[in-house]
Ligand binder design. Structure first.
Ligand code: FES
Length: 253
């Protein structure tokens, strides 16, 4: 049936309100979540790195303290976390996803392109202070090695006192390293390394397959970023509570 002009006018929207097409949630929710979650994690990490000399409880080892470097200066044992924490810190702070999250929360940039930017001078891209974002690919190389060490820790934790050991800590360490691998190997810099510079995929089948695998992780990079941050937090908290005697250590061995 043909729609006449007056009928068509009736179905036009009555309101000119611009809605965020990506989410039905209120616009303040995402930046607030980012600021609260990242700030609490940063405070927790500072407490752990500065006030705990090591992160071991039996077969369990915290990701904040792996690999275990023991350095003593003038009789004072330097907390192992001091040597470790800066690598994931640089990696996450320069991650393409976290940059977006930080710009849209701490720096209060709008979430959507249709919203007017606040007036604050010329945009200068990744120059001046933000030139440090270019460290990301170098941080990736070190973090990839660190993830390898965490895999070793997770598998080695099943052996304790020359026997098999299975406890909640083993499961948490394993889940954590799987999530960290999902985050690390879905990195945009790694995706570029795998296949970003190739003009001919069919000439480099192995790199093409690697690039496709990285892409599978990369499309959910934001979720891997958050989940892996919370698994690091969770496994470390569990080990600290064991160290402090606040939780019993149950294991099957
Ligand atoms: Fe996020 Fe590299 S882009 S870890």
């Amino acid at each position: 049936m043909a729609v006449t002009q007056p009928e068509a006018r009736q179905v036009e929207p009555q309101s000119a309100t611009v809605r965020n097409p990506y989410s039905v949630l209120p616009n303040w929710l995402y930046p607030t979540f980012v600021v609260v979650a990242l700030s609490l994690f940063a405070l927790y990490a500072a407490w752990v790195v500065l006030f705990f000399k090591d992160g071991r409880f039996g077969p369990y080892l915290s990701p904040f303290n792996s690999p275990e470097f023991r350095v003593t200066v003038a009789g004072f044992a330097i907390p192992t976390g001091i040597w470790i924490f800066w690598v994931p810190l640089v990696f996450r702070a320069t991650c393409y996803y976290y940059r977006k999250a930080i710009f849209r929360s701490y720096l209060w940039h709008p979430r959507s392109c249709a919203v007017q930017e606040p007036s604050r001078g010329m945009y200068r891209g990744e120059t001046r202070f933000f030139v440090f974002n270019n460290l990301h690919r170098f941080a990736f190389y070190i973090v990839a090695l660190q993830v390898g060490v965490l895999w070793y820790d997770a598998i080695a934790s099943f052996i304790w006192n020359s026997g098999f050991h299975l406890g909640l800590g083993n499961v948490l360490m394993l889940v954590n390293v799987v999530c960290l691998s999902g985050y690390t190997f879905g990195c945009h810099a790694f995706r570029h390394l795998a296949g970003g510079g190739l003009d001919c995929f069919s000439c480099h089948r192995a790199r093409y397959r690697l690039w496709k695998g990285v892409t599978v992780l990369n499309v959910r990079h934001d979720r891997w970023a958050w989940i892996s941050m919370f698994t690091v937090w969770g496994v470390d908290l569990y080990i600290r509570l064991l160290q402090l005697g606040a939780l019993p250590h149950g294991a099957w061995n």
